[in-house]
Ligand binder design. Structure first.
Ligand code: NAD
Length: 470
């Protein structure tokens, strides 16, 4: 490593250390714990979003080529809704909850009191670069934490606009943005945090968890995985195809953690479903999707090459039944369907995170469930069936962050649902009240009244024999 770079890193590490100390001091002052401060900050964040919509949309377009309405729908509206919910319900979330006290502990009362974990680190990815950084911040602020947001270096324009705007609206003694790539993130991870909230891939998830383990810091890991879709012959194919195509291609061109990764289709309907999906792709994105403004682009050349390598694997390439066109210069890959690839080709082994959709025909539910159980637990699992018994089998016999029935992706908007993975798709959850919980410790407080204690509760326990469990 060049000396100058090394010096910069040492300086950065020292800066990060000082930053954490400053934030710890703010938390210790008690300001972030007050309801007033939390509400002020949440209102300021809402104002930031409302007042800077145009520049935020432009920043995402510059980095990812995403059309404005997509960003409004998947990022700005989501954030505004999260802020408004937190503002409306904060008092209730913060209120201590009384729990029953057993006779042995009388006379007294007991409460569960949420307390802020302290100073939090939020590490965000690039695919929804505003909301996946700012939404966890809403949780941190609601819970009364100070926090550092580290946006993704892969979306530098968004990273820089967040670093510019957040200090203009929020209390800089408590909320800070640190920009940078792996060296800065490594320096941040070396610090002792009270909470780390990471969204991204599971390889880095392991690095984050190992760093957190050194300080016994609790983590939320929002990771990814292969989210399957099962479809049987009970459904309306047109309605299903529209919902699948929207979830796969309309939000970030398949580069969404909850996008359908592959389809498991009952064999009797497979040919008809493939045709319906093809028609729907043309209906949504036109005969030449490379000119369609509805579709975003692959984030960078590395991801473009990773995806084309998946497609160019000979056992996959021969199975392309739709799409496959690509243009490295414009980072475009057409919505692509591959039919009945072997389960051991690269496209079926790892999360695709791009516009390729493998379809595997299966005899029925048993085969589909076995395929799903052979892979790591997914972040989302989708079942398209009107048969209640089939729906129930997927809910009870598989494990996934969330099960969506006859839908894809939209469950993310249901703020009452915890959003998070299980197993390799992550741990912990957020959204709505769950975001408050992610940054809170639920502290037990038991208060015994200063009165004489009941007979037999102190030595000598002569009456203990009377208390034997019968
Ligand atoms: P990314 O490359 O932007 O990385 C995420 C963050 O990790 C960035 O801030 C980056 O600086 C940091 N990072 C990268 N390498 C690091 C290292 N070696 N050490 C420390 N920090 C490092 O984003 P990504 O991981 O490519 O995002 C895509 C993945 O994220 C997919 O797997 C997707 O499924 C998952 N994801 C999950 C969710 C969710 O909510 N569960 C949401 C979006 C994306």
């Amino acid at each position: 490593m060049a000396i100058i770079e090394e010096e910069n890193l040492v300086a950065a590490a020292a800066g990060v250390e000082q930053l954490v100390r400053d934030l710890q001091r703010t938390v210790r002052s008690g300001i972030t714990k007050t309801e007033k401060w939390r509400i002020q900050q949440l209102k300021a964040l809402l104002k930031l979003i409302v007042e800077n919509q145009d520049s935020l949309l432009q920043a995402v377009f510059t980095d990812l080529g995403k059309p404005a309405h997509q960003v409004v729908f998947t990022e700005l509206l989501t954030l505004a809704t999260s802020c408004k919910l937190a503002i409306k319900e904060l008092k209730q979330w913060m209120a201590p909850k009384e729990v029953p006290v057993p006779p042995l502990a009388l006379p007294g009362t007991a409460f569960v009191v949420p307390e802020p974990l302290g100073v939090a680190l939020v590490i965000a990815p690039w695919n929804f670069p505003i909301s996946l950084g700012v939404d966890p911040l809403i949780g941190a602020i609601s819970a009364g934490c100070a926090a550092v947001l580290k946006p993704s270096e892969i979306t530098p324009t968004v990273s820089s606009i967040l670093a510019d705007l957040l200090p203009k609206y929020l209390d800089t003694d408590a909320i800070r943005v640190v920009e940078g790539g792996i060296p800065i993130t490594t320096a941040l991870l070396a610090q002792k945090w009270d909470k780390i909230f990471y969204t991204g891939n599971y390889t880095v998830g392991r690095i984050v968890m190992a760093a957190a383990a050194k300080h016994l810091t609790p983590v939320t890991l929002e990771l990814g995985g292969k989210s399957p879709v099962y479809i049987d012959d009970s459904v309306d194919l047109k309605v299903s195809a529209r919902r699948i195509c929207q979830g796969k291609w309309s939000f970030s061109d398949g580069q969404a953690c909850v996008a359908p990764d592959y389809l498991l289709v009952q064999e009797s309907i497979a040919p008809k479903l493939v045709e319906t999906l093809k028609e729907t792709i043309v209906e949504f994105f036109g005969e030449d999707p490379s000119t369609c403004a509805e579709l975003g682009r692959i984030v960078n050349a590395n991801h473009f090459r990773r995806l084309t390598r998946l497609l160019d694997d000979p056992r996959t390439a021969e199975k392309i039944v739709h799409g496959g066109e690509r243009n490295e210069q414009s980072l475009f890959i057409a919505p692509t369907i591959v039919l009945d690839v072997p389960l051991d080709v690269p496209v079926m082994l790892d999360e695709i995170f791009g516009p390729i959709l493998p379809i595997i025909t299966v005899k029925g539910v048993d085969e589909a469930i076995n395929i799903i159980l052979d892979l790591p637990k997914p972040l989302a699992l989708y079942v398209f069936s009107t048969n209640k018994a089939v729906q129930e089998r997927f809910v009870t016999e598989t494990s996934a962050g969330t099960v969506g029935i006859n839908e894809t992706v939209l469950h993310v908007a249901v703020l009452g649902l915890p959003f998070g993975g299980v197993g390799e798709s992550g741990m912990g959850a957020y959204h709505g009240k769950h975001s408050f919980d992610a940054f809170s410790h639920y502290k037990g407080v038991y208060h015994k009244r200063m009165e004489a204690d009941a007979d037999g509760t102190f030595p000598p326990y002569t009456s203990a024999r009377n208390n034997l469990i019968r």
